[in-house]
Write a protein that binds this ligand. Structure first.
Ligand code: FRU
Length: 526
């Protein structure tokens, strides 16, 4: 593949051509990671929604596969679009779709019907209706058969929500070991509710409970994910506690300082029927939320089914509905974030969802191109030379209380032009104790009035008084993971091709105990 167009991500997945939005149907099965994605095979704007497909053995090298579900009737007479959903391996063949001992992979997705019609199953749907359907594959995800005999398997929203049939979507299905049943979570987007469903065979579903509205309720609620994670504890008795995490997207209504879409989560318990958030995870009113990412470009986060118990890896659409269709890329639009490993830990006495870069990324990182320590970086800047366009930075430094000789801010400028008139700043404000990403002069920002902004979130120093930042830079993105992964800030940038310069900047004073390590990241497309 010749992935050298301007802004083409070198180690993030992007479709060869065409529009992409949500990751969907993430599944690890039989040694292969499957990434499906909302896809328009006919253009670089949203439309003709189909499921594109890519596979990987290691979560870093992806191979694009033929479209898994092509919008029915594409291109001239689309009668069904395949919206976001999820996928499972039905290892016990509860669905009966398996033949000759082959394990069926089953996808559950939202059917969006642009026109009212009577379906092959005899069911009738209204124009713009959203219902939940299933399909199966007997060749490890290569080809799929929609279950036309009975689709949609969840035809209408339950009483009293029948009127919400145009905003009823994004089933996330998983096997619940304790009750030996399938569970699915769907969104009633306009009324900020999630519904939890159960089934023994993936075909017949009944509703169990509902969740929401809680915390942030801007725009619509979409793309729920529900999964268990062990809570790492330092307790001497070492007893293992499992908590459940509910992740969902909001559009618009992302974190403070962003415009457009964003992702929030809740931590709580799930007993097979009801998700009950911990009191520490819910805030009065609808203003505060637990944000999974504080940047503008991390939406429709989804996690892989099929990993060993206790493991979760997620990734998200690295774009934003505010300007998604205006970003200056061609002949594709949008990329996925890096894969991140999720864990739950106590941070400042609060159960917190951590995101760490997946360890496989190590395999595409080069040796340390720059590795340096300073006792003190004085006021001003330290030139780091050219770092290229795709690299990883590990940066740490001492936090300090501001006194007159100490800096007010410390930052690294990446993807800078020779004169740093163009740059993206990733840094820390010692007064507000916030990490920030400033993309105001990051390159092409003109395609949307809200794009050139600063994003920030609180990050406390670790117990040694240090601030740790891991920064993943690609040809058109910057992902910052702070601390142990308790904060994440994901942003697209569109710098000039020759903006490869970097420097450290200590503002209004000096910064102590600075360590930096930079690794080039290899293209995964060569
Ligand atoms: C989220 C979303 C989903 C929907 C899909 C359609 O980005 O709006 O709710 O299923 O995109 O492409």
């Amino acid at each position: 593949l010749n992935y050298t167009e301007p802004y083409r991500p070198q180690y993030h997945f992007s479709p060869n051509k065409g529009w992409m939005n949500d990751p969907t149907g993430l599944l690890y099965h039989d040694g292969t990671y499957h990434l499906f994605f909302q896809y328009n095979p006919g253009g670089i704007e949203w439309g003709n929604m189909s499921w594109g497909h890519a596979t990987s053995e290691d979560l870093t090298h992806w191979e694009e596969q033929p479209v898994a579900f092509l919008a029915r009737g594409y291109p001239n007479n689309v009668t069904e679009m395949f919206f976001t959903g999820s996928a499972v391996a039905d290892v016990n063949n509860t669905s009966g779709f398996g033949v000759d001992g082959k394990i069926p992979l089953v996808a559950m997705y939202t059917s969006m019907y642009p026109l009212s019609q009577t379906l092959p199953s005899g069911k009738e749907v209204l124009a713009e209706q959203q219902s939940q359907s299933i399909a199966y594959s007997l060749d490890n995800g290569k080809t799929w058969t929609t279950y036309d005999a009975a689709n949609p398997v969840i035809h209408n929203p339950p009483t009293p929500y029948e009127m919400e049939y145009e905003n009823f979507r994004d089933p996330f299905v998983f096997w619940h070991g304790e009750t030996q049943k399938w569970i699915a979570v769907t969104a009633l987007s306009k009324i900020y509710k999630l519904l939890i469903w159960t089934s023994t065979n993936l075909k017949d579903w009944s509703v169990l409970s509902e969740f929401g509205p809680k915390n942030a309720v801007g725009g619509v609620w979409e793309c729920p994910n529900l999964f268990p994670l062990p809570l790492s504890s330092n307790d001497s008795d070492n007893k293992q506690i499992t908590k459940w995490v509910m992740v969902l997207g909001l559009n618009p209504g992302g974190p403070p300082g962003t415009i457009g879409s964003g992702t929030q989560y809740f931590i709580g318990d799930f007993d097979g029927t009801t998700f009950t958030p911990d009191s520490g995870s819910v805030y009065p009113g609808n203003e505060t939320a637990n944000w999974l990412d504080w940047g503008p470009d991390f939406y429709a986060a989804a996690s892989f089914n099929g990993l060993p118990a206790g493991e979760r890896v997620n990734l998200a659409w690295m774009n934003n509905w505010q300007y998604g269709a205006a970003i200056p890329t061609d002949p594709w639009r949008s990329a996925m974030s890096i894969p991140r490993r999720l864990s739950l830990e106590m941070v400042n006495e609060k159960v917190t969802l951590l995101q760490r870069p997946h360890e496989n990324l190590q395999s595409i990182m080069g040796h340390s191109d720059v590795s340096h320590s300073w006792n003190t970086v004085s006021e001003g800047s330290v030139d780091l030379g050219s770092l290229g366009k795709a690299f990883h930075v590990s940066l740490s430094f001492a936090d300090h209380d501001s006194d007159s000789s100490r800096a007010s801010e410390f930052a690294i400028a990446v993807r800078g032009s020779f004169d740093f008139e163009q740059q993206t700043l990733v840094g820390y404000n010692f007064t507000s104790k916030e990490v920030f990403v400033d993309r105001r002069v990051s390159g092409d920002v003109a395609f949307d009035g809200t794009f050139g902004s600063i994003y920030h979130t609180a990050l406390a120093a670790d117990c040694d008084g240090r601030v740790d930042l891991r920064i993943f830079v690609d040809w058109s993105s910057v992902e910052v993971l702070g601390g142990k992964g308790e904060v994440s800030l994901t942003s697209q940038i569109f710098p000039d091709g020759d903006s490869t310069h970097a420097r450290l900047v200590s503002v209004e004073g000096s910064t102590g105990d600075v360590d930096i390590r930079v690794n080039g990241v290899a293209s995964v497309w060569e």
